[in-house]
Design a protein around this ligand. Structure first.
Ligand SMILES: [Zn+2]
Ligand SMILES: [Zn+2]
Length: 255
């Protein structure tokens, strides 16, 4: 069984709306937009691995603050996994001893932070969980993840515009129980969605219709708070036989 906890599911920030972050089995973090204000220090200490989809701030913002809470915990280590481009931007733009200390190299104790480059289409395993990264279509290199454990699986598509490969992979996999896909803007903002490589309800529908199995639950995430009621209305009006729900902060999905 896999426990999937939603720490944050929004594409923008306002009161009581957290940015993208999910916690699997209390130990594996997928993106880090809303971690330190949603978990106690004890809960934070259970985190061993952070998997990062892409370098945008709303997906990485809490990594430094989380690691800062691990200082002087004996033997505490955190592994960060992402594409080489994303790891490079974390090193150069975040943990650069200007914005924040370089936790991969603090002279007085062993490094807390360990970087791990992953590649698209190369499966890797953490604890008993297997993760297959697939590139999606965003303004910076960005990964979707197919996450499986003991014969069940789920998919996090992260920020994207029109994309295909991840849906081919979903159709090849019989374990998938749910798919998380973004919808950042309402249909009227189609031009903005296209240049910022995000989805609107109509284009999101085109994407999920590529999934052949209608029993797979679709969860929508990354709504921009300013448009969230309009986006929800537009999605509820879509004609589709897909099972669609909105992902909300605090939800726990057990599969
Ligand atoms: Zn993004
Ligand atoms: Zn985002």
């Amino acid at each position: 069984m896999m426990k999937f906890k939603v720490l944050g599911a929004n594409g923008g920030s306002e009161k009581n709306k957290g940015l993208t972050s999910f916690l699997i089995d209390d130990a594996i973090l997928i993106d880090a937009g809303n971690v330190v204000s949603t978990l106690t220090i004890e809960e934070q200490q259970s985190i061993e691995h952070i998997i990062v989809s892409h370098s945008h701030l709303d997906h990485i913002k809490d990594i430094p603050l989380l690691i800062d809470n691990f200082i002087e915990i004996p033997d505490k280590k955190v592994n960060v996994y992402s594409l080489e481009e994303t790891i490079d931007s974390l090193k150069h733009n975040f943990f650069n001893n200007i914005i924040f200390p370089d936790f991969a190299m603090i002279p007085i104790h062993d490094p807390i932070l360990h970087y791990n480059c992953i590649k698209e289409r190369e499966r890797f395993n953490l604890n008993s969980i297997s993760i297959l990264p697939i590139k999606v279509n965003h303004t910076v290199p960005n990964l979707a993840f197919i996450i499986e454990k003991g014969g069940v699986g789920c998919v996090f598509i992260s920020d994207t515009y029109k994309t295909d490969e991840i849906f081919d992979q979903i159709n090849l996999n019989k374990n998938i129980k749910f798919v998380i896909i973004e919808c950042s803007f309402p249909d009227q903002s189609q031009k903005l969605a296209e240049v910022s490589k995000h989805l609107t309800p109509s284009i999101m529908l085109e994407q999920i219709e590529k999934i052949k199995d209608n029993s797979i639950q679709i969860y929508i995430y990354h709504l921009k708070p300013k448009y969230s009621s309009q986006i929800k209305e537009e999605i509820r009006a879509l004609k589709t036989s897909k099972k669609i729900e909105f992902l909300e902060d605090g939800m726990v999905i057990n599969i």
